[in-house]
Design a protein around this ligand. Structure first.
Ligand code: NDP
Length: 258
């Protein structure tokens, strides 16, 4: 009797080597949830952070308590040499890098009229240059068959006032990602994007009044905010074998708000 295809799949998964994932901005919020989820799925995880060393250490402690493997690495993703350090340490510790999650990002509410050079540089350096640094290195160093997930935002679709520069950074990430997917021809690496919306992370609550938050909670037809773990679930799918044919796509994970 022929072996059903799902049986073959289970065997392949059992025999596959342990994979290593770099998750940028994993000290809190969505990145933390992704690091914990991927570790629970058997990945060795590089928990990157910029400033919050203690929080990043706690993420590693949570992963280790659950029997997983992870290390923290401080690096400002907007600086190429620091991003390079993430790959160097990952390769030295675990042998290779198979997955890159370009999650690190910053946001600040400001109308375009009120924005200045400093805000422009801050947002574009971390959100765009940081992502490009990761893609540059991944193109050269990610394992054959690897996975990359970049982070956009649902605000690109909603054109939310006060988010002009931030939206600009994420639109740039979307456009660059589409080109990068094609430049990776032959590497068997998939590159996809998640555009979260209304996710209960620390970033989401910053700079918003209680009234604004109460109004926003009803924006989605599901009439609630999303959880960081719901973004981690979508990332876990994109890096899995099940998503092998999903490439160059943007998935909005936002409860149907746009
Ligand atoms: P948080 O502010 O909660 O977390 C941001 C993370 O990024 C932190 O771990 C922070 O590290 C890290 N970080 C910031 N700057 C740098 C840097 N220069 N180098 C390395 N790491 C850095 O944000 P979220 O979890 O909400 O957002 C995660 C991603 O999702 C971002 O790209 C964001 O734009 C996107 N997003 C989020 C939405 C939401 O509703 N929350 C909606 C749409 C998009 P440290 O703590 O050490 O400073």
């Amino acid at each position: 009797m022929p072996v059903p295809s799902f049986v073959k799949k289970v065997r392949i998964m059992e025999n596959s080597k342990i994979k290593t994932a770099i998750v940028t901005g994993a000290s809190r919020g969505i990145g933390k949830a992704i690091a914990i989820k991927l570790a629970a799925n058997g990945y060795q995880v590089i928990v990157n952070y910029a400033n919050r060393a203690h929080e990043a250490q706690q993420v590693v402690a949570l992963i280790e308590q659950a029997g997983g493997r992870a290390i923290i690495v401080q690096a400002d993703v907007s600086k190429f040499q620091e991003f390079e350090k993430l790959f160097n340490i990952a390769e030295k510790t675990y042998g290779s890098v198979d997955v890159l999650i370009n999650n690190a990002g910053v946001s600040k509410l400001s109308s375009i009229a009120d924005s200045d050079d400093e805000l422009f540089d801050h947002l574009f350096n971390i959100n765009v240059r940081g992502t490009v640094n990761g893609l540059n290195l991944a193109a050269k160093r990610l394992s054959q068959g690897g996975r990359i997930v970049n982070f956009s935002s649902t605000a690109v679709a909603t054109s939310t006032p006060g988010m002009g520069l931030y939206v600009g950074t994420k639109a740039a990430v979307e456009a660059i990602t589409k080109v990068f997917v094609k430049e990776l021809r032959g590497r068997q690496i998939t590159v996809n994007m998640i555009a979260p919306g209304l996710i209960k992370s620390e970033m989401f609550f910053e700079g918003k009044s209680t009234e604004q938050i109460a109004q926003m909670e009803k924006l989605s037809p599901l009439e609630r905010f999303g959880e960081v773990g719901e973004i981690a679930d979508a990332v876990a799918y994109l890096v899995s074998k099940d998503a092998a044919w999903v490439n160059g796509q943007l998935i909005r994970v936002n409860g149907g708000v746009a």
